[in-house]
Design a protein around this ligand. Sequence first.
Ligand code: AMP
Length: 377
Amino acid sequence: MGHASRDPNPTLDPILNKFEDLGLTGPLLHGLEQAGYETPTPIQAQSIPEILDGNDVLGAAQTGTGKTAAFALPILQIMWEDDQDRPHPSKRRGGRPGRRPIRTLVLSPTRELSAQIEANFRIYGKKTRLRSTVIFGGVNQNPQVRELQSGVDTLVATPGRLLDLCNQGFVDLGDVEILVLDEADHMLDMGFLPDVKRILKLLPHDRQNLLFSATMPGPIRKLADEILNDPVTIQIAPQKPTVERIDQSVCFVAQADKPKLLNHFVESKAIGSTLVFTRTKHGADAVARRLVKAGVKAAAIHGNKTQANRVRTLNKFKNDELDVLVATDVAARGIDIDGIQTVINYDTPNTPEAYVHRIGRTGRAGREGETVMFCGG
Ligand code: AMP
């Protein structure tokens, strides 16, 4: 197994490489301009040349390190170069004119993360004429089916809905050349591993595989061993970015006094755009309700809200129409909002990993962040 932990610095701090030095060309460099990225992050500097070389990659990295671009950029370039060398894929396979085969499949655990990954594919690939779409559960499947039928090069999907559409005969994965499994540890936590294994059976045997995971528990290592072929391992140490840039503190407080303390923080401190974590959906609603009553622009997102409602709330938060977003762990997974200044752990997280994920919502894209934990009975 190759090993490519060349740069132990896990932060988004620029390193000396330029994107041009990594082998990216024309349309992709334009995409980077669109995204406003000037220098590659360490995971990008390490992954992009390896993926362009056709290697399988095992990436130990969490969100916030720039890992989406680390796989999306080289994948787009590979497909774009393929199209320059060969007739258009819709014309390649004589039997199915007019239809682009899915060449890249990205599996991700949540709707939000899937939507964000696909949005990034669109931004980076704007000048490549490559098409992508995203499918996830909880919404009407018809618009997704229509998009699929119009032909896409990249499909980003959550495992459940993908299997469902495959079983209904709406998705053909027989031409997939590159597979990405993103946030594999979350797939495991959310019980998606059996679905992922079923999907693997629908893919051609000969393909390039990229697996990313913040942590590497046993079942993920096993899965990696099963699907990766002599992979390059890229390790971006997980804790360091948060420790370096996020100011962490703890307040000891009785349960009954938590609402007052939260109001105090929200009202009296310049804490900016704030994400509050609660343990339960009910708790998230209650906290948001109390904040609204106190005149704070706040709302809750959690699994009981409809997808449309969650997207609306997230957009309001992104557009600064809301100052406080209250969320459960599952609902907040994959939320990619650069401007979150403060994360408040209203209820303590259940595991150290959950804590790292929660506070990783702030301090993104190289910014400073602050986090407070309410600790008490
Ligand atoms: P990710 O780890 O993919 O969730 O990315 C974390 C955040 O960093 C996202 O908001 C990206 O848009 C941003 N980002 C990724 N790569 C770069 C880069 N090279 N320069 C600046 N920002 C970046």
